[in-house]
Design a protein around this ligand. Structure first.
Ligand code: BDR
Ligand code: CA
Length: 308
């Protein structure tokens, strides 16, 4: 039976590819997309989610818009910097309307009514999920597994010190990490920067054919343009597609190795606000994705998006 999944996204280009994967894989039953603020305002991330679903012929999947700001920022907390991506994805406008319900209310109601548990995949700021947990602690009981794109383990290397999904709302991230979800998987930057997609692979994707493959190739090429000057890319014409790795893990858990860890988020007005201290520890409750298989990750993208 297909696994029931809700994506909670701040949809820009990599969230869009995660949505495409989740909406097309037979192993997954995409119940809804809940939009959250993050790289862009929630109006844009909700609209981009709708556009993406339309593009791949899944306009019947409902999209709910949620939180548009951090849950409990300390006074004087710096505002999020925002993304260098355009706020609206360059694909046709959606035909189906946004749902009326607020995403957090819908998540809580869905959890209360659930006769089967679902998997929750946050790939944006954790504001919606933290709000749902705060409003109804029993929300956790309906979640079989939560798979979060967020955080970074490496310090002092080439990766950013702060990962944006955690950095935009660190208090929310800490609430979610501490909430007591039965199984929490974290896919950090360390893993996503090891599953980079190259411009040659974009050409392969485009050649494979179909609107979804073509748009995904366009999006990844745009990402490559933005990433190629970052130290972590070391001059390679390639870019991570962070959020897609969460869904790829759900389709094929053997793509990564999970290692137990404990995590502390730097919160409040600390100058290191948004950092994640990830300590690998056999007794840790968080499962951190490590050692991803980049070739098989791209193979899954190609196989899933070709011909749609
Ligand atoms: C995360 O931040 C956003 O830019 C991406 O969509 C991804 O979810 C990576 O740090
Ligand atoms: Ca995202």
């Amino acid at each position: 039976m297909a696994r029931r999944v809700i994506l909670d996204c701040d949809t820009g280009t990599d969230d869009a590819i995660a949505i495409m994967l989740a909406a097309t894989r037979p192993e997954l039953d995409l119940m809804a997309v809940t939009a959250v603020w993050g790289n862009h305002a929630v109006e844009h991330t909700a609209d981009n989610s709708r556009r993406t679903l339309d593009l791949i012929g899944r306009s019947e999947v409902p999209v709910y818009a949620g939180r548009s700001a951090p849950v409990a920022p300390p006074p004087g907390a710096p505002a999020a910097i925002g993304s260098t991506e355009p706020d609206t994805l360059p694909i046709p406008p959606a035909t189906a309307p946004l749902e009326d319900r607020d995403a957090v209310g819908w998540l809580i109601e869905t959890a209360r009514a659930a006769t089967q548990r679902f998997t929750l995949v946050p790939t944006g700021s954790l504001s919606n999920v933290a709000a749902a947990v705060a409003e109804d602690p029993a929300f956790l009981d309906a979640v079989e597994e939560i798979v979060i794109m967020g955080g970074v383990t490496e310090r002092g290397g080439l990766l950013p010190d702060i990962e944006t999904n955690v950095g935009y709302d660190p208090e929310a991230a800490q609430v979610v990490l501490d909430a007591g979800f039965e199984r929490l998987v974290l896919v950090p930057l360390d893993a996503t920067y090891r599953t980079i997609v190259t411009s040659e692979q974009c050409a392969t994707l485009r050649k494979a054919g179909g609107a979804a493959a073509g748009v995904a190739a366009d999006f990844i090429e745009q990402r490559i343009e933005r990433y190629r000057t970052l130290p972590a890319m070391e001059g390679r014409a390639a870019a991570p597609v962070h959020d897609a790795l969460t869904v790829a893990y759900l389709v094929d858990p053997t793509l990564v190795t999970l290692r137990p860890a404990t995590i502390r988020v730097h919160t409040g007005d600390s100058p290191t606000r948004g950092r994640t201290d990830i300590a690998f520890d056999p007794a840790g409750a968080v499962h951190v994705a490590t050692d991803p298989d980049a070739e098989r990750f791209f193979g899954l993208l190609l196989e899933s998006l070709t011909g749609l």
